[in-house]
Design a protein. Structure first.
Length: 107
């Protein structure tokens, strides 16, 4: 019973830390690039698009398809960075808790 009470206390502490982390993530911005920096996309930590910067050299009609591909690649880069930051913060919060591998939080 003592172990259960200790675990409940740690879970409440984790819940509080998760709320703080979610707010920090919402305020965090990450940028992803493609084409050697010709396209840059900035996302919030929650994945909301904040800005797109495109090198003017790509704004030629014949480069439209390449520009579309670069935007998608830059978005994927930014999204991967945002997910990595979130996973890093989750590991800090859940350190020491017996959570099964592969289990994603928050539920």
């Amino acid at each position: 019973m003592k172990d259960l009470m200790g675990m409940m206390g740690r879970l409440q502490e984790m819940q509080s830390k998760m709320s703080e982390m979610q707010e920090q993530i919402a305020q965090t911005e990450v940028s992803g690039t493609a084409g050697g920096g010709m396209v840059t996309i900035t996302l919030s930590g929650k994945g909301e698009l904040r800005s797109i910067k495109i090198d003017p050299a790509l704004l030629k009609p014949e480069d439209g398809e390449m520009l579309e591909d670069l935007i998608i690649a830059a978005h994927a880069d930014a999204k991967g960075k945002a997910e990595a930051k979130m996973n890093e913060k989750m590991q800090e919060i859940t350190a020491g808790l017996p959570i099964p591998p592969g289990m994603k939080l928050p539920f």
